[in-house]
Structures are given as structure tokens and as C-alpha cells.
Design a protein around this ligand. Sequence first.
Ligand SMILES: [Zn+2]
Ligand SMILES: [Zn+2]
Length: 351
Amino acid sequence: MRQIAIMEWGGEVGEISAPTPEPTGTEVLVRVETCGVCHSDVHIWDGYFDLGGGRKWEMSSAVDLPFSPGHEIVGSIAATGPDASGVEIGGSYVVYPWIGCGRCSRCTGDEELLCDSPASLGVRRTGGFADHVVVPHPRYLVPYDGLAKELACTYACSGITAYSALKKTQHLKADDWLAIIGVGGVGLSAVQLADAVVGSRVVAADIDPAKRAHALTAGAEAALDNGSENAVKEAKRATGGGPAAAIDFVGSPATFEYATNIVRRGGLVVVVGLFGGEVTLPTMTFPNKLLTITGSYVGTLDDLKAVIALAQAGKLAPIPVTPVPAEKAGEALSDLKQGGKVVGRVVLVHD
Ligand SMILES: [Zn+2]
Ligand SMILES: [Zn+2]
């Protein structure tokens, strides 16, 4: 098989050939057709995630080089292990990549996303920058009839990340405000899905005027500049005292502080973005403001099925996708790293 792979952390992205794996047991060998390039792939390419204060989580503790990232995969079944059933050779599916060890109590108790020894495709094991991936069980393969494969692959990360963050705010009432901070790719999907999943009023916040304009056409009732001088006051005024919940799709110190400052008393902040950094927050804020802060990370296999059903029902407008040949992966990563250059998703296409 051919693998587009990180050859050096933060450096060369090259091409290698490796023996095509043979599926055993319940495994399925998937020939990758499309693979979205996600912002996390840039962190993986860099070789670390920023934990703030100069601390880093090093990728080298999880995988060896050369390594093929890529977790937004659509592919067709090339071969099945002797115990894999329910999928047809040649059939094309979205691959759920957030796979656990399959043995611990979290995994067997249907809480795979909370597994302490994850085996995620494209993060812990070979992902869709390679033209073949091994999926441990057919249950991770989701049909996507009626959707384009260049779009369907993006639901495996971008789509479920938006959906699962929104699900954490489903207690909001119809006249409550939900703030969605950072309305680039994933945040914009959240704006689109908010009506179907939450049903409250939506205010978008972004420092980029073009993204604010997109959010308004995608269904946000108001759009705010969180980088402006009176940003917090503006948010409180626009929402009659502050939103009941804020989802931070950036996860930078500035957006996190903005989120905790704008939510009303008893408010909820959901942190999704992996921008990195750290903040200091007065501990008094929690009791005084009855503040809740929670994290949200990608989504479950059921979330993926739900997002695909919403897209099939026309409730999720397609995000703009740019298909490029897989060998352009290195360029796609540097464009994404520079920021602002990529609208929606760049999707690698293997031939
Ligand atoms: Zn991702
Ligand atoms: Zn596990």
C-alpha cells in the first residue's frame, strides 16, 4: 500500500510503500477513497499538543515515524477477516475513527470514547493519509447513501464534534441564548445544526467579519466580534444579560475567558477547541456564578450515525470541500497551519 506520511515531526511529509495488511478475526481492510484534513492533523504533524505554560503532549509518546494521520475517512471494503460480517466487499462506508482498546470496562460498557488506551485511526494507528486502513470491527463502518464521499468523510470528526458539543446544551429553553464562539469549519456546522439539536436562540462570535457574515446566513440570530474592546458588554447586551451556554470551538485563553465572562449566572461553558494555552480564573467564580465548565471531544459512534441521518434529511447544509490528490497532503497541512487560507475542508482523494 501507499502511505502519505509524516517523515519528521513538523518537517517533511513524504510517500512510502508498505506491505498491505491482511485483516484477521473481525478486522476489515478498507481502501481509503477520501480523507478530510483536520486541524488536529496539523498538531499531529507538529508532533505535539500545547498544554500551556511551555508544557507539551508529545506525539512521539504515542506513535513512531513515519506515521500517516487522517481520521476523516470514507473507504470501500477491500478484504474482511474470517469473523467480520455484515459488510460487503466493495461497499463504501464512513469509518468511525475514535476507537477504544475494546477490552476495558469503558469500551465494553458502551463508553468507548472514555477509554484510557485509545486506538484511534490517524492518531494512534495508521489513518487515511495511507491508501489502506485496518478497522478492528465492521460495526465502525457507517453507510452514507445519498451523500458525496468528499463530504461524508468530514462527519467523522468535524460533524460529530459539532453535534456532540451541541448535545451538551440540550437543556436550554427556546428563548435561551446559546453562544457559538469560533465559526470556522466546525463552529459553522454547529450553527447550522443548532436548531435541529438544541432549538434555542443562537449568537455567533468570531473575530473575522467574513465568518460572522457566514454564521448569520447559516442561522445565527446575531453575530458578535469577540475581539472588540467592549466584547463582553456587547454579548451581555445582545442576549439580555448573557447566554445560558457558550461553546468555545477555539479553545484559546482569549476565547475561554470570553466564554466564562459572557455566560449568565448558572451558565455552562463547553470547551471544544484544541488551540492550547492556559488561563487563570478566580475560584470564587464557580460558586458565585454557579458556573459549569465541561469539555467535549469528537463524538460517539451513535453521534456519527445521527449526524449522517441529519445530513441525509437535509438538516445539515454541506460545508465547502476542496478535493485534492492525496500526494498534496503536505501542502494542505501547511495551508491549514497558516490559517485563513482554507475555507471549509480540504479532502484528500486517493486514486
Ligand atoms: Zn479532526
Ligand atoms: Zn478501552
